[in-house]
Structures are given as structure tokens and as C-alpha cells.
Write a protein that binds this ligand. Structure first.
Ligand code: NAD
Length: 283
């Protein structure tokens, strides 16, 4: 047996096409959906991610402005920009890109993003609404995990799902989205005593730890599905996930590849959320 690869490319293309069509309708009605990205770092991986967001926006004919405040921007500078963009009716979606300058906390600043424009679910209010089941934008990566599972018809109700990672941007929101779909969810993290004890019992494993090779085939139940959210550099200019694909492929039923799994769905969803926010602003 070798696992099926849960590609995100076809799904991403479909989301982008549907988003482009929705953006076209909005423009015909006089609204140009617009995304603003605030960045304050010289980090090359971050810059490359922002470029990929801008490319995806351009393909869906969504405006994307990048506000690069530079790595020495102060917390006040960044908060002022977020407040200005939140108040600007021509802006529909706002992303606060990380990392931020040292000492500046994304959580302290994300509260300055208008929840209606918080298309990457960064404002703590968005996560709170998500947890209690009120409408909110989920962080795009967490939403992408669910979209990918649905696209490949992987059932969740009543299934045992282990999420590896408890960050505010991925682990926690994805766990709540899975719970809302009636999965039985266990969250593991860096202090979990024996990770394999949990992953071996799981029907579905979502790995978002940022540790290359953390999950291997020996830690999994035969026939499980694995979603690899991790993106790590491989030392040769490429990116690899958190899952050791070579040992997992013969054990699992399905594995999302890195690159080409969760990543392209995430960027497509950021633009889809922006267009949805623009449509809501019209109502
Ligand atoms: P983070 O560093 O904020 O959190 C990592 C989490 O993993 C923590 O909760 C930590 O407890 C847990 N962890 C670390 N080591 C562990 C171990 N040995 N065993 C069990 N748990 C462990 O990272 P993040 O922002 O949540 O991102 C996680 C990964 O997902 C990173 O590789 C990141 O690059 C990637 N990511 C991908 C996308 C995408 O669109 N594909 C988007 C966001 C993040």
C-alpha cells in the first residue's frame, strides 16, 4: 500500500476561479475588492510568502497593497497603520505579516484589525467567535486544512483526530474547526510526553509543529490520513514538511504533500476571504 497524495493544487485553482468570478461581480457593482498586507521584517521567507499572496490576488483580479514598514518599525507605527486601514472603506481585508520586529507581539497588535476585515483570523475576537461557533474568519491555514480534508472526502464526524501543535495561528484554530465538525480532537504539543502514544490511535493526524521529520510511519496507525502543515527549509533551497514522507507513505492511506498540499489552499483562501469581506461590506 502506498498513500494517496492529498494535493491542494486543483482545489486551490478552483477556489481562485470562483473567487475571480465573485470579484468580477463585485467590480461590476462598483466595488473593487482590496487586500492590504502590513509587513515589518527583512525576513526573506516572509517576503516570498507576501509575494505569493500578491500573485494569487492578481490572478483573481483582487487589489493587493503591501505596506512595508521595515524591520525597525515601532509597535505604535504598526498599530497606526492597522487602525488607518481598518477605517479605510476601500480596504476589505488586512493581513498583519509575521515575524514582527523583536519585542512586538502580534497578539497585542492584531486587536487593532477590524474583525470584519480580519481575513486571516488574527484578532483574538475572531478566534473567540470561532470557538463559540459565531461567524468569523478562521486563520487561512486552519481553514485550508478543513477544505483539503473535505475536498478529498475524508470524513471527520466521530473520528479520532490528533493535532500536533497548539499555536494561535494553526494548532488551536484547526482543533476548534475539527471539533465543530464532530471529530474527537486531541491536541499534542512540545511538552506532550509520548507523542506516538496519541498519533498511533488517530484516524487523522494534522501536524503543525515546524519540525522536519517529527512524525514518522512507525508512529502511525495503518490506513490513517495525515495532513502536513509544516514548512521547513531542507538546506538545499527547497521546503519540506513535518512528516517523514518516505516512512509515512507505506503506512498511511493518504498524506498531503509539502509543497503542494495545504500551502496553495491557504493563499487561495486569503483572497477568497477578502472577496467575501468585500461582499459583506456592501450589505
Ligand atoms: P509555532 O512555532 O508557533 O508552533 C509550533 C507548535 O508545535 C507549538 O505549539 C509547539 O508546542 C509544537 N511543537 C514543537 N515541537 C514539537 C514536538 N517536538 N512535538 C510536538 N509538538 C511540538 O508554529 P506555527 O506558526 O503553528 O507553524 C507550524 C508549522 O506550520 C511551521 O512549519 C510553519 O511554517 C507552518 N505553517 C504553514 C502554513 C501554510 O500555509 N502551509 C501556514 C502557517 C504555518
Amino acid at each position: 500500500m502506498t498513500a494517496v497524495l492529498l494535493s491542494g493544487r486543483e482545489l486551490s485553482a478552483r477556489i481562485r476561479n470562483d473567487t475571480a468570478a465573485a470579484a468580477h461581480v463585485l467590480r461590476a457593482a462598483g466595488t473593487s475588492p482590496a487586500l492590504a498586507v502590513v509587513t515589518a521584517t527583512a525576513d526573506e521567507a516572509s517576503a516570498s510568502y507576501v509575494r505569493s499572496i500578491a500573485r494569487t490576488a492578481a490572478r483573481a483580479e483582487v487589489d493587493c497593497e503591501i505596506h512595508d514598514l521595515g524591520p525597525s518599525a515601532s509597535e505604535e507605527d504598526i498599530r497606526d497603520w492597522l487602525a488607518k486601514l481598518s477605517a479605510d472603506p476601500a480596504v476589505h481585508g488586512i493581513i498583519l505579516q509575521t515575524p514582527l520586529p523583536s519585542g512586538v507581539s502580534p497578539l497585542a497588535l492584531a486587536g487593532a484589525i477590524d474583525p470584519a476585515k480580519d481575513i486571516d483570523g488574527a484578532n483574538p475576537l475572531s478566534l473567540g467567535r470561532l470557538v463559540v461557533g459565531l461567524p468569523a474568519f478562521a486563520p487561512a491555514t486552519a481553514a485550508a486544512v478543513l477544505k483539503l480534508l473535505d475536498h478529498h472526502a475524508i470524513g471527520l464526524s466521530g473520528r479520532r483526530v490528533v493535532v500536533v501543535g497548539r499555536s494561535t495561528v494553526v494548532g488551536k484554530p484547526v482543533a476548534h474547526l475539527l471539533l465543530a465538525r464532530d471529530a474527537t480532537v486531541t491536541i499534542c504539543h512540545s511538552r506532550t510526553a509520548d507523542l506516538a502514544e496519541y498519533t498511533r490511535e488517530a484516524d487523522v493526524v494534522v501536524v503543525a509543529a515546524g519540525r522536519a521529520g517529527l512524525v514518522t510511519g512507525a508512529q502511525l496507525r495503518a490506513g490513517c490520513c495525515v495532513i502536513d502543515v509544516g514548512t521547513n527549509t531542507d538546506g538545499a533551497g527547497g521546503i519540506i514538511g513535518d512528516v517523514e514522507a518516505a516512512s509515512v507513505l507505506p503506512v498511511a492511506k493518504a498524506l498531503s504533500p509539502v509543497p503542494g498540499g495545504v500551502g496553495p489552499v491557504t493563499t487561495a483562501l486569503l483572497i477568497e476571504h477578502t472577496v467575501r469581506a468585500a461582499a459583506s461590506a456592501l450589505r
